[in-house]
Every structure is written in C-alpha cells, then in structure tokens.
Design a protein around this ligand. Sequence first.
Ligand SMILES: Nc1ncnc2c1ncn2[C@@H]1O[C@H](COP(=O)(O)OP(=O)(O)OP(=O)(O)O)[C@@H](O)[C@H]1O
Ligand SMILES: [Mg+2]
Length: 267
Amino acid sequence: MTSRAAPPRVELRRVTKVFRRGRERIVALGPIDLLVLNREFVSIVGPSGCGKSTLLNIVAGLEQPTSGEVLLDGQPAPERLGRVAYMHQRDLLLPWRRLVDNVVLPLELRGVPKHEARRRALPWLARFGLAEFAEAYPAQLSGGMRQRAAFLRTLLAERPLLLLDEPFGALDALTRAGLQEWLLALWEELDRTVILVTHDVEEAILLSDRVVVLGPRPGRIVVEVPVDLPRPRAYDVVTHPRFVELKARVLGALRNQTLPEVHRDGP
Ligand SMILES: Nc1ncnc2c1ncn2[C@@H]1O[C@H](COP(=O)(O)OP(=O)(O)OP(=O)(O)O)[C@@H](O)[C@H]1O
Ligand SMILES: [Mg+2]
C-alpha cells in the first residue's frame, strides 16, 4: 500500500465573503486560498476590519462563503458546525451559569453527565487559576477571568481543530505571557491544529509555524511568513536574533498595508 501524506486539516479555495447591509454591499474578505496542515499552528494578523473574524466564522461554519469552498480533512464540508472548537472574540459566557458550568458546556452538549464533566474540568480550572471562582457567575469575574474561562471551554470541546479569535486580548501582559507559554506547551503535547487570530505580532511568531498577513478589507493574503524557530520553544525565544528578524518582516508587511498613504522622508 502506498502511504500518502494526510490531507490538509483546512483548505480554503478562492473564498470570498460579501455582506449586505440594506442596499450597501460590503466586500469583507478574499479571495483567499489557504492551507492549514494537520497539527500546524497558523496565526492570522491584519488590520482591524480586514475580515479575520469573518474568516474564522467561515471555517467554523457559522457563515458560508459568498463564493469559493471550504474543505476539512480534504473533503468539502458544507456542514461544518460542531466539527471545530471556536473561541470568539467576545467571550460569550452565559450569564446565568456559574463559571464551572460555563466551562463544561461543550462536554454537557456531548452528553457527558454533569458531575463527570465537572470532575474533568476541575484540574484545568486549577491550572488556569480559576479554581477559587468555579462557583462564581460571569458578572462576578474580571474580564481576564472571563476570557480564561472562555478559552478553557474551547479546549474542553476536545476537537482536533481549534479556532481562537484574540483569545488573550483583554489580559494584562503578565497573565498573557503565562497563557501564551502554557498554550505553547499544550499544543506541543496535544494533537491539535490551531488557527489563531491576533493583533500581537510577537504572540503570533512565538506560537506559530506560520504567520499569515492579511491586507485591509477585503482581506487577502499579503504574505505568509514561515516561522523557522526550533521547537520546543520557550518565552525567551523573543530575544533570539531570528525572532527579531521575523518580527520585522511581519511588521513591515503590516505597515505597508495599513499606511499606504503615509510618505516617509529620510531613511
Ligand atoms: N454580519 C455582518 N454584516 C455586515 N457586515 C459585516 C458583518 N460581519 C462583519 N462585517 C463587516 O466585514 C468587515 C470585516 O469584519 P471582521 O469582523 O471580520 O473584521 P476583523 O478583521 O475581525 O476586525 P477586528 O480586528 O477589528 O476584529 C468589517 O467591515 C465589518 O463591518
Ligand atoms: Mg475580529
């Protein structure tokens, strides 16, 4: 039997999205061609409003592309909802559920009995520094706690493909660095594919195998920067000369896209 490489976990073929708002037509995205391999960690960066969340919504199946096709594991996947774990840009915790009950929601939806779901979640709550607040309601938590809870809920969905939209956006620098390191270690130990949307270029490089830079709306791929830093990585890789070079490249690509009208004098 001939062995073949696994098909890409996600493939976007000429995907576009056009929204209609009344009589207005908003071309939000594309055309985009993108391959994400099994167990790959890909970050997407781009200016605000360029269509990053729209792209994740399309991969998740919450939106359908206006044209083009989405394949999961090499197969056209018109019914994708429920096949991926998705952490939205807004945390969307249910206000009437305690923290722990929010976190175990994906397990409950899969039919895991509540006490068993809670038992599985407890060590994770501790790892995320949330154990003390397990019985609190979202309104009683800080923004950072809500975001960690939403992130944990996404992990507990136990899907091979994770879509993360600014998962650490509302966190202070220290908590953020801690969670980045933690995600790095977790991804290296688990069999997951990740697409991460972030505004933080260092975060993108630290975590990813590849950084995809989108231009302004309608977002199209401007450049893909492979991150050839060795793994396992630790946070101190940010001082590595290669890291600094990659960061300059991604920032340069972003700057060229976002400030086309700026004329710079001198060097
Ligand atoms: N449901 C919708 N109806 C109409 N327009 C929409 C809808 N969703 C998104 N848009 C528009 O599509 C464009 C892309 O939005 P999107 O939320 O994908 O951007 P983004 O890159 O995620 O931005 P940010 O970095 O600020 O989160 C924006 O102009 C937005 O106003
Ligand atoms: Mg967004």
